[in-house]
Ligand binder design. Structure first.
Ligand code: NAD
Ligand code: DAU
Length: 379
């Protein structure tokens, strides 16, 4: 039986990953370590924490004493590190927090693992490691910087981050690889493109657009909307991480992406059209609308759900133009392929939000409105 430490599993991808591995593997035990920042929501994973197979600890990955104690108590085999400050716009406002969590937090976990997993020294003075252990770092394609209209990021693309967020994730990747080179620590890294799906916090493009449409608010598109992102359904990302954690090669980086490139304007228009179609086909979904416009017959109108909601706003500083992943390595080495096409995934995602408005209300009940006003009223 493997015991996992999964950090950041009260957030978007970590929560989906937790549900994925608990459903897939009967013979595992998982400890979730999460600080429950604004982006973490215990309600998302409350049903998964049974205190038999899955345990929850509220705490910070930078806390050395806490992480050491957890290692002593649970004897982890795997660490899967999702915990991070993850939003580019917030990193532009407050870079230091990103460096603290994303770089120093990762380094703290690496050191705790080193203290717990090293068994001795080989004849060259390199540490020897307990069998079957692994540190997996969940990284991002943003470490590669930005592409023009041609080409893809491969694992050999030089690292060239632009935002404080991506610079901090790059720092984390470099320190993970330094532990492999220096100590031969068993590590792997995945670098994934933009995820979408259930439990995505509505500060990110797709859930923010869905939320705004339902409220009849303007849909803020940065710049001219021509920036391209390579969208991947979150379950496909979880599957990739599961494969790498269990079958990956130490010291290897794996790019994860699904050849689903779309401009932001395309994403926004597709989201508008999909919500309109769902509410046309299944009128009961209109009850979710917070903006209530009545037709003459008293039913709720959806005529106003159209592209007129789009509002082009001031661009993000240092806005990367295009991300696109070449996933050849993970496909060839581990047989990973994405299963959800964007056209299917976006419908599943929107339906999830329409059916889970309580979750949206819960996660946006705190400082969200203040954040939204500060971030968007000045654009
Ligand atoms: P998220 O912001 O939704 O969740 C982050 C989680 O980490 C939250 O639960 C938060 O409470 C927790 N956390 C933050 N700081 C912490 C700390 N100091 N100690 C313990 N927990 C802390 O993020 P996400 O979108 O789920 O991303 C997860 C990981 O995947 C991140 O490392 C991110 O860089 C990476 N990633 C994200 C995407 C994407 O599209 N969202 C794509 C590629 C890679
Ligand atoms: O590529 C992987 C990365 O994807 C992850 O490492 C990050 O953690 C994750 O947040 C995401 O970063 P992006 O900056 O690409 O995602 P975001 O949803 O913030 O923005 C997607 C695109 O949409 C980007 O070009 C900016 C634009 N945008 C975003 C918001 C929030 C808008 O036009 N309007 C908006 O209101």
């Amino acid at each position: 039986m493997k015991t996992y430490l999964v950090t950041g599993a009260a957030g978007f991808i970590g929560a989906n990953y937790l549900k994925y591995i608990l459903a897939k593997h009967d013979d595992i035990r998982v400890v979730v370590l999460d600080a429950l920042t604004y982006a973490g929501n215990l309600g998302t994973i409350a049903k998964d924490i049974d205190n038999e197979r899955c345990f929850f600890v509220r705490g910070d990955i930078t806390n050395q004493e806490l992480v050491d104690r957890l290692f002593g108590e649970y004897k982890f085999d795997y660490i899967v590190n999702f915990a991070a400050e993850s939003h580019v716009d917030r990193s532009i406002e407050n870079p230091q927090l990103f460096l603290m969590t994303n770089i120093l937090g990762t380094q703290n976990l690496l050191d705790a693992a080193r203290r717990a997993w090293v068994t001795g020294k080989d004849e060259h003075g390199y540490p020897t490691w307990r069998k079957g252990v692994r540190f997996h770092q969940v990284s991002t394609d943003e470490v590669y910087g930005s592409l023009d209209e041609n080409g893809y990021f491969t694992e050999e693309t030089p690292l060239c981050p632009h935002s404080p967020y991506s610079a901090s994730k790059t720092g984390a990747d470099m320190i993970v690889m330094a532990y492999f080179d220096t100590y031969k620590m068993p590590v792997t890294i995945t670098r994934c493109s933009n995820n979408y799906g259930p439990y995505h916090f509505p500060e990110k493009l797709i859930p923010l657009i869905i939320k705004n449409i339902l409220e009849g608010k303007k849909l803020p598109v940065y710049g001219d909307g021509s920036n391209v992102r390579d969208w991947l359904y979150v379950d496909d990302h979880c599957k990739a991480i599961d494969m790498v954690v269990n079958k990956g090669t130490n010291g290897e980086v794996y790019n994860v992406g699904g050849h689903n490139e779309k401009t932001n304007l395309e994403i926004v228009k597709l989201t508008i059209a999909t919500i309109h179609k769902l509410m046309s086909d299944q009128p009961e979904y209109r009850n979710v609308l917070k903006k209530k416009v009545k037709n003459e017959d008293g039913t709720l109108s959806i005529d106003w759900i159209n592209d007129d909601l789009i509002s082009f706003v001031k661009d993000r500083l240092g806005h990367d133009q295009r991300y696109a992943i070449d996933p050849t390595r993970i496909s060839e080495a581990l047989g990973w392929t994405p299963e959800t096409m964007f056209e299917e995934g976006i419908v599943k995602t929107i339906e999830w939000y329409l059916n889970n408005q309580e979750w949206v209300n819960e996660v946006t009940s705190g400082d969200y409105q203040k954040y939204y006003d500060e971030m968007y009223l000045k654009r």
